[in-house]
Design a protein. Structure first.
Length: 145
């Protein structure tokens, strides 16, 4: 599927929320912006999943976070780590809270025990929780300001 087909799918598919679809519909005719948002999937690097926030496969949004989290869930299930659990923290960066909720929902939907901090936490606190509870972890401080 090329970038224009992906763009059209995101504009029409009711799986994507109205705000996301409207953001994309407003780009109609701006081929360079559409291409930048859809020419590839956002890549997971050494610093995690990071990118510009917005609609599209090459942007940080709840859908790309959900897709990456599903990959993590598949791995955890393959390793039979559902009961071991995952700790999720977030920081003050834009949409970090929403991304942590999406990750928790995705993991829970896969039957994976999930512990999500209720408020902002520094990375060392997440590291402590992972070691103390002997679990997997996911830090949702993954968006650029």
């Amino acid at each position: 599927m090329d970038y224009l087909e992906k763009y059209e799918e995101w504009c029409k598919n009711p799986v994507f929320d109205e705000k996301t679809r409207q953001e994309l519909i407003n780009l109609k005719g701006n081929d360079s912006e559409i291409k930048e948002r859809f020419y590839k999937d956002l890549e997971f690097g050494t610093g995690g999943l990071r990118g510009i926030i917005g609609a599209g496969t090459n942007r940080m949004n709840i859908y790309t976070v959900g897709k990456a989290t599903q990959g993590l869930a598949n791995f955890i299930k393959k390793e039979h780590g559902e009961e071991k659990g995952v700790a999720i923290a977030y920081d003050s960066r834009r949409m970090s809270d929403e991304f942590s909720k999406m990750a928790a929902l995705c993991l829970n939907a896969n039957g994976i025990k999930t512990y999500r901090f209720e408020s902002l936490r520094p990375t060392p606190e997440l590291s402590f929780a992972v070691r103390e509870l002997r679990m997997y972890f996911r830090n949702c401080s993954n968006s650029k300001p």
